[in-house]
Design a protein around this ligand. Structure first.
Ligand code: ZN
Length: 369
């Protein structure tokens, strides 16, 4: 790679990735250019790669990647002032940002629901055709326009720790909060993937008794959940019906105040509504596959259902939380288990999809490899 071009992994359509050289943009007063240090491979990208989202396919070619840790390599005068950053600073940039047009949802602080952004425009989902073309973390560089949200990484955080904290742990914090985690509460986390483990860390530290539920092949991840604070884990035997799993979990803990459903497939959703106690909260966070199911509404009595989207206003707190955990001897960076080069993006996606013999927790891309 020459210093005047970036290299980006480009999604052309279902299961087709190519590498492209893109000229580095001229940076205006309000803009920032980051060199990507690490980029997470996340659950929605597995769906995106397989072509499961028509709205995304319509935008292709696209560079994925919205969990970004980068170094400032160019910054305009106004951006410097606005963000309090200088060249060399290590930062993360949030996937989406508030519009400048003044909409009801952005005014409420919910920029993930921006009314002027109905097409999920943000890092990892912006068409490559849109200048200056550097809109995803699966690349050596990303462009940061005026209005985007940058957060400096605390110097105490190692790179992998910062990567895990910039999005996955931030989601864990927010989702545990909207799920009502707290002292005296029992929180059931379904799905021991990176997000489920982050919810386990957050809900445990908020005071909940946490039960993590997975499948028989999740043995390692369930064992890890215990070291992260889970009071109990449960591996669902093959063929066991959700109603039976729910009975066993309730026998273990009694009342279930909250369920965070992070697995996204139909039996997991069924289990969420089977196991939740009356007056409880079900938090649905995974992209559902398949997208439609029947809920047994007889079980849903005085239950609150919420569906948080990512983590507005949570990144700074998540960085502080990661620093605090480090001081307590827990490095969430240890959950980053696999690092791949941009050339190996396809392999990284396969590994993160559990389609290889590897047993990953969090998979990331490192453009310097
Ligand atoms: Zn808006």
């Amino acid at each position: 790679m020459s210093t005047s071009t970036a290299t980006a992994v480009v999604y052309e359509g279902p299961r087709v990735l190519t590498m492209k050289e893109i000229p580095l943009p001229t940076i205006g007063p309000q803009d920032t250019l980051l060199e990507v240090v690490l980029c997470g491979v996340d659950g929605s990208e597995l769906h995106m790669y397989n072509g499961n989202y028509d709205w995304l396919n319509d935008k292709a070619p696209v560079t994925f990647g919205d969990e970004i840790i980068g170094r400032v390599v160019d910054i305009g005068v106004a951006a410097k002032e606005r963000h309090g950053l200088v060249i060399g600073d290590l930062v993360t940039v949030e996937a989406r940002w508030p519009c400048a047009a003044g909409c009801e949802n952005c005014d409420r602080g919910q920029y993930f629901l921006c009314m002027h952004n109905t097409t999920f425009r943000g890092y990892g989902t912006i068409s490559l055709a849109e200048p200056p073309h550097l809109w995803g973390g699966y690349a050596t560089h990303v462009f940061v326009p005026e209005g985007a949200l940058l957060y400096k990484v605390p110097q105490e955080l190692p790179l992998r720790t910062a990567l895990f904290a910039c999005s996955v742990l931030a989601n864990g914090l927010r989702w545990s909060e909207v799920n009502g985690a707290g002292p005296g509460k029992t929180t059931v986390v379904i799905g021991p993937g990176p997000q489920g483990l982050a919810c386990t860390i957050a809900a445990t530290r908020m005071g909940s008794t946490v039960v993590v539920v997975g499948l028989e092949h999740d043995g390692e991840r369930l064992a890890l959940a215990k070291t992260l604070g889970a009071a109990h884990t449960y591996a669902i035997p093959e063929g066991e019906e959700p109603v039976e799993t729910a009975r066993k979990i309730r026998a273990l803990v009694g009342r279930v105040d909250g369920v965070i459903e992070g697995a996204g497939y139909t039996p997991a959703r069924d289990l969420a509504f089977e196991v939740i106690s009356p007056l409880g909260i079900v938090t649905l966070v995974a992209a559902p596959t398949p997208p439609v199911q029947e809920i047994n509404w007889r079980n849903v009595r005085e239950v609150t259902i919420n569906s948080p989207l990512s983590h507005p206003h949570t990144i700074a707190r998540s960085f502080d939380f990661a620093v605090q955990l480090l001081e307590e001897g827990m490095d969430v960076g240890s959950l980053v288990t696999h690092e791949y080069s941009l050339e190996d993006a396809e392999k990284a996606i396969a590994v993160a999809s559990y389609k290889t013999d590897e047993h990953p927790i969090k998979v990331v891309l490192n453009p310097a490899l």
